[in-house]
Design a protein around this ligand. Sequence first.
Ligand code: ADP
Length: 165
Amino acid sequence: MIQRTLVLFKPDALDRGIVGEIITRFERIGANIVGLKLLVSEKDTASQHYTDDITKRRGEHVRNLLIEMLTSGPIVAMVVEGVEIVEIVRKMIGATEPRQAAPGTIRGDYAHVSYGHADEKGIAVFNLIHASATPEEAATEISVWFKPEELVSRESSYTKFTIKK
Ligand code: ADP
């Protein structure tokens, strides 16, 4: 039940200076940060992250835009751990298109742009943050961005207290 998921703060989140504020949201739900780093991504790493799956779902053009966007400036990569955390973090970030993301979600609270706007400008839709969609995707994505020794083990408030049966 305890899972790890990958979160990326894309260059637009760093440009906006809201990384700390968003990290607070993950800490606030009691999830544990077990990996965190600031980096400028190589093209190769971004291509390993945005795989053929994106091409199938969104087309080659969008994949190329995403790789260009992700490598355009500093990003923050983070691994978050918690109970059923993959699903929870996806709920917290909200819909892919900020225009449709519900208020209260990260994309809904901090962004507002649309696919139409991105198309018109010939850019990827700026939605601040990426999070793995499934536990399997999380395992693959964590290994793209982190070496095992870069991740820590932490005692968690959600596992600390057990009731004797
Ligand atoms: P999510 O990030 O919500 O899991 P996807 O994996 O489908 O969404 O897409 C990856 C990223 O590609 C999105 O976060 C967004 O930045 C960008 N994107 C998706 N579709 C489009 C599109 N039609 N035009 C521009 N950018 C897009």
